[in-house]
Write a protein that binds this ligand. Sequence first.
Ligand code: NAD
Length: 299
Amino acid sequence: EPKLLDGKRISQALLEQVCEATELLGERGIVPQLNVVRVGNDPASAIYVRHKIRACENVGIGSSHIHLPPQITQRDLLAKLERLNGDDAVNGILLQLPLSEHHNPNEAIAAIDPQKDVDGFHPGNLGFLMAGHAELEPCTPRGIMTMFRAAGVDFKGKRAVVIGRSMIVGRPMAQMLVRAHATVTICHRYTEELAEHVRNADIIVVATGVPGLIKGEWIKPGAVIADVGMNRSEDGKLCGDVEFDAARERAALITPVPKGVGPMTVATLMENTIRATCAHHNLAIRGGEVYEDVDALCG
Ligand code: NAD
């Protein structure tokens, strides 16, 4: 019987830990604060931001949604981010992508204070990820690792194949898997013989946005699959990048779409906001206790 990798349930466990943390911080008069900056009127972005703000409300994180007009200049956008960087009450800054056509997203991401960069996309944080000690990591791959670990997935020496090489999912995912001692292959739109790579994989993470790209018959029996894709099919339903029903026959574990990777991403954003808040106050939370002056503790 193939089992579902239940992102909904595992994200709830993570959110309970976040709630505990906000209570402990609250006892010290600290309310974590996430500011979401959205530019323009992309309909998918509006939905994502709504989910993020609602998640904050559910776990006791303060939030603010700053909606900027599509024609805002790059300069004014950078100035807005600078103000949030300088605002001591703001712990997390999330710049919802995409921006408008005329913006330079890389420059905007780099303008965010890396210590408030709860998406983990700042080049400094991506560099720390590669170095193996990032405080803030991209939410989707980190959430997938949390889900894999909660399900007891064994990484050591296993063949992991990541399909998609975006800065927000595929590339950081590959880094995290290699750090967990997997043998990692990254595939992308120019990969030859994608099927052969997938056939050999013990762990498969797919983030392409191509519905049904990964065929069920390619799946090695007993493989573990995380499907990041969120595609709208003709009948209006959400579907992933994997042929779910056929893949499920062969996989040991597979994420459904929806209720797989999506809820883990949002819960990990909450986790990152707590991590940013604790780092800002030089606190650490472990096993229901708050530890002060972490810098001194770590020497
Ligand atoms: P992207 O468009 O930035 O990158 C897509 C990647 O897929 C590219 O690296 C490309 O080389 C690869 N690709 C495209 N066609 C391919 C093919 N035929 N064969 C092999 N590789 C191919 O995408 P992204 O931002 O990483 O997002 C990917 C998907 O994941 C989208 O559907 C997006 O909506 C979804 N997503 C979901 C979440 C979540 O939380 N569930 C988070 C982020 C993205």
